[in-house]
Design a protein around this ligand. Sequence first.
Ligand SMILES: [Zn+2]
Length: 131
Amino acid sequence: MIHRIPDYWRNLPVYLQLKGSVCKKCGAKYFPPRKICPKCGSRELEVYDLPRRGKLLSWTVIRYPAKEFEKFSPYVVGLIELEDGVRLIAQITDVKEDELKFGMELRATVRRAFEEGEDGIVRYTYKFVPI
Ligand SMILES: [Zn+2]
């Protein structure tokens, strides 16, 4: 069981530190990071730190999630546009449903993920909260 921990930590740069990739040729940005640019075909992409602030473009309140997430419902999942234009989907927390507004400013924060892994290790993930 312990041997699985290194795998988890190795994945942290992507899942927790919010890394994207930017094409050195055409400047296109991607999240999650890509190795080949779909726009221009270049393989010269560089990993970079995504901005941790953005605005809310749309959201959904999940009331009937998959069985393993039932105890967390309802929860909010939003489409967020980061300051550099990269869009991603993430859970939004620390906000009431009726306080959600289009274009509201959000920032990324690290929180305990929904579920513990099958090995019982608590996972962390990024979630977005109002500024
Ligand atoms: Zn490109």
